[in-house]
Design a protein around this ligand. Sequence first.
Ligand SMILES: [Zn+2]
Length: 372
Amino acid sequence: MRFAQVIGQEIIKERMIHGVRVGRIPHAQLILGAEGSGNLALALAYVQYILCNQPSETDSCGECSSCKKVSALIHPDVHFSFPFPKKAGEMEQCSDVYPQWRTALQEDPYLNYEDWMQQLNAENKQGNIPTKELRNIIKNISLKSYEGKMKVCLIWLPEYLGQEGNILLKSLEEPPEQTLFLLVGSDLDAILGTILSRTQLVRVAPIDDASLSLALQTRESIAADDAQRLAKVAQGNYRLARDLGKEAGNPHLDAWRIWMTICFRRKMGEAFQWSDDTASLGREGVKSFLLYGIQVLRTCAVLPYTGSEGLWEGPELDFVNKFNTLQLGEGVIGQMVTVLEKAFYGVERNGNAKVLLMDATYGLIQAISKKN
Ligand SMILES: [Zn+2]
C-alpha cells in the first residue's frame, strides 16, 4: 500500500516520511487511532516506504520487488501478528490463519476486529494473541533479514495481548539491530502498561471531512452532496461513513428519532419492540447505531457554541436543531453519552444487544429526568 492510497492523514504521512528520510525510525512504535481512522493502512504504507528500493520524497515507488511483496503481504521480512480465536490442532499461531488474513486485509485495510472475526467465521468467539505466536515473534526477529533491510514485526490490536504479552518486553526494549516493532491499536486503556511504556506513541487523528468526503465519492461512487453529509456524520471514521453510505437515506436517524420519542415520553411498551428491532441489526449494526447516537449528542452539545457552520446538514441538522430546543444542558447530554458508551462497550464485549438497549433506555430516561 502506498501513502497515496491512505485516506487523508497528510500530517502523519509527512512526519513518517521525514523520519525515514533522516534515518529516524523509533524501534518500537504504537500507531494509535480510532476505528476507521486508517491507522493500519498508515502502518502498511509506512512499512512499504521503509522497505522500498527506490522511494521518492513523497511515497514508495509501488513498482520495485519490495513494494510488490509488501503490498501482496508476502514480504519475508514483514511478520504480522493479530488476534484470532485459538483452536487446538487448527489455529494456534498466526501463520495458521494467514491466508484469511491476507484476504481480509487486501479487501479492506480499514477493517476492524469484528470484520476480521467474521472473516474467520468466529463472530462470537473471543480472539487473542496466544503465547505460541509471541514465541514466534521472538524467534523471527532473532533471524537475519532476508533482503538486507529492516525486519518489521507488525502487531495489530495489541489490546488483545493478555499478561503473556509481557514475554515481548525485553524484545521491545532492546530489539536486535534493524528491527522495527509496529503496534497498531485503538484503545489505549486496554493495552498493557508495560508494553505502552516501551513504545513511542504515534497518535492518528480522525480523517478530515474533505478527505473523507472525497474518498466516499471516488471509492464508493457516492454523490458529492451525500458524501459531504456522510463525512460529517461519521466524524473521521471511514468505515462508518462507508457503511452509512450503503443505506438509502440514513436509517440510524430514523431509529434514533423513535428512541428519543420513547425516552422522552417514557413509552416503555414501545421500548421492548424498538429494542428488538434494533438488536436485529446484529452486533456491528447496533454498534454503528450507538456510535451514531453518540455523535448526534456531541453535536448537540457543541452547537450552541459553534453554530451550525461546518457541522451537519440536511435532515441531521434539522433534528439536532430541534433537539436542542429541549435545552437539556451539557450535564444531561454528558450523562446520555455515558449511557450510550456503556451500551457500546457491552455490545462490543458480546453482551446481549436487546438487554443492553433496554438498559440504555432506562439509563437515558433517568438522565433526561435530571433536566432542571
Ligand atoms: Zn518500491
